[in-house]
Design a protein around this ligand. Structure first.
Ligand code: SF4
Ligand code: SF4
Length: 209
């Protein structure tokens, strides 16, 4: 909720005392506008070494999709001028990269590259519209996802349930009795991202016509 960037500002200045861990702070786009900007200005000013990841899904998803200064819409529904997050970060002197988290490889490479850079405040904007926004507009899922039981090795596959233990999309649940992952059709938005995440290729997607 915005405190991460302030804490990272402190941790990102501890190298002089022997602290050499990479520091990452995470916030959403709405939180960025209402709580992170002051910490970010302070971090750049103090040359704090950390990476801020902004999960920019284009809405205040956690509390009901209220508009924020990046959406171009007021609470009344009227249009407003968008405050450009990327331009704002660059304007105060932060290094900025923008990527689409659905391009998993590029996103991982971008993040690793930023973490390797040892000086200054960096911002990675991971931008992809919330799947719930798309579902509301389009009223249908792009993909039907299923689990190939014969490939899903669950706890013993080496990933130890990467999908439900780490990735944790609510659309995938762990079936303790079968010892397999399973898709909850009521919660799955059909985005297809989990297919890229499973190291065993046990999750498959089929385009919905
Ligand atoms: S679906 Fe893939 S990631 Fe999930 S438990 Fe099965 S093998 Fe592991
Ligand atoms: S397709 Fe996979 S990642 Fe996307 S909502 Fe469904 S279970 Fe989650």
């Amino acid at each position: 909720m915005g405190s991460g960037a302030g804490v990272a500002n402190g941790l990102g200045n501890l190298k002089q005392f022997g602290f050499n861990q990479p520091v990452i702070a995470i916030c959403g786009d709405s939180t960025f506008y209402h709580a992170v900007i002051p910490s970010l200005v302070n971090s750049v000013y103090n040359n704090a070494n950390f990476t801020l990841v902004v999960l920019d899904n284009g809405g205040t998803a956690m509390t009901g999709f209220q508009p924020h200064p990046g959406t171009g819409q007021l609470a009344t529904g009227d249009q407003a001028k968008v405050i450009d997050m990327e331009a704002l970060c660059r304007a105060i002197g932060a290094e900025v990269k923008v990527c689409d988290p659905f391009d998993l490889n590029h996103t991982v490479q971008t993040l690793l590259q930023m973490l390797k850079e040892e000086k200054g405040t960096k911002v990675v904007i991971m931008r992809h519209s919330c799947e719930l926004i798309r579902t509301r507009k389009e009223k249908k899922k792009p993909y039907k996802i299923s689990v190939r039981d014969e490939r899903c090795a669950g706890k013993s596959c080496g990933c130890d349930r990467l999908c439900t233990r780490v990735f944790q999309c609510p659309g995938i649940v762990w079936d303790e009795i079968r010892g397999k992952a399973t898709i909850d059709e009521a919660l799955c938005a059909g985005c297809g991202l989990c297919v890229e995440v499973c190291p065993q290729k046990a999750l498959v997607k089929e385009a919905v016509q």
